[in-house]
Design a protein around this ligand. Sequence first.
Ligand SMILES: Nc1ncnc2c1ncn2[C@@H]1O[C@H](COP(=O)(O)OP(=O)(O)OP(=O)(O)O)[C@@H](O)[C@H]1O
Ligand code: SF4
Ligand SMILES: [Mg+2]
Length: 319
Amino acid sequence: MSEPLLSVRGLSVRFLMPRGRHVAAVNDVSFDLAAGECLALVGESGCGKSVLASALLGLLPGNARTRGRALLGDGPDRLDLLTAGETVLARTVRGRRAGLIPQSPAAHLTPVRTVRSHLEETVRALKRPPPRALRAAAEAAAERAAFPADHLDRHPHQLSGGLAQRAATALALVGDAPLLIADEPTTGLDRDLVDRTVGELRRHADEGHALLVITHDLAAAERIADRVAVMYAGRLVELARAASFFGARGPRHPYAAGLLDALPERAFTPIRGLPPELDDLPAGCAFAPRCDRATDRCATLPALGGGVACHHALESADA
Ligand SMILES: Nc1ncnc2c1ncn2[C@@H]1O[C@H](COP(=O)(O)OP(=O)(O)OP(=O)(O)O)[C@@H](O)[C@H]1O
Ligand code: SF4
Ligand SMILES: [Mg+2]
């Protein structure tokens, strides 16, 4: 793999809560992402995927505390996203070096402004075109994300989920940032739009951008990703090449295998039980209460050695 564009090491995020409690939303996460590569981050609801994305873009609320490193770029431009500070992130990173398609696009658009006004403001800030070229540049940005020109003068509440998603995509692409994070880009879309979005995001990676796609949609992950990162209770439990994870080799972590087995087109068998509360994580493997392979050894936390964090990882024939 070429030099990573993004190198995350030991990233942890805690939320400080009343009465001295804390929520351990992201725990010691490390991964690299190269230009031209798509990494899909998958895992059940509440496992910390969006918090991880927010940490990388400096968008966490005030009660969050981060640890670790997240180095973006190379050479003199290299920057640690976790220590960069709000002024640097706002002026030089968000939109320019790292774009985000947020999980709830409509919630990120200002309700009283039209899509055109959002796009013109973003184009003005990131591209500084001459004033007479602004309107055309905003329309070109909309077209790039297949947002229909005849809906540009609508307000966010007048958009369907799919169109709000397109508007958010158009805004995220304006700055042509080398890193794009897409948080659930296919949720709520009909099949055609899912196909289109998957195709566009894959092209975006093929054009040389680094792409982190956060998704529940394992079928979309299979079509779009070069590698898959599986998250459970804030930890990465498997990091694998997509071809091997979804192919004959199969996943190696029992939780990852369970996620695939839950798919209707596979065994359609849900994983029993529920994920743990993130304010009360066990010292050992957090998946143990749900795991058929658990033994006494699992009371010790398994490291992500060789791409899988499990004391009894599945062999190919088991998967
Ligand atoms: N500001 C906050 N204060 C306390 N806990 C928070 C805060 N924001 C998020 N959390 C908790 O962090 C955990 C991870 O949330 P996150 O939104 O990252 O999950 P997710 O994996 O993106 O889920 P989904 O797939 O549903 O989007 C959840 O338990 C959530 O309740
Ligand atoms: S470490 Fe143990 S409990 Fe955790 S997934 Fe592996 S076998 Fe199951
Ligand atoms: Mg989320």
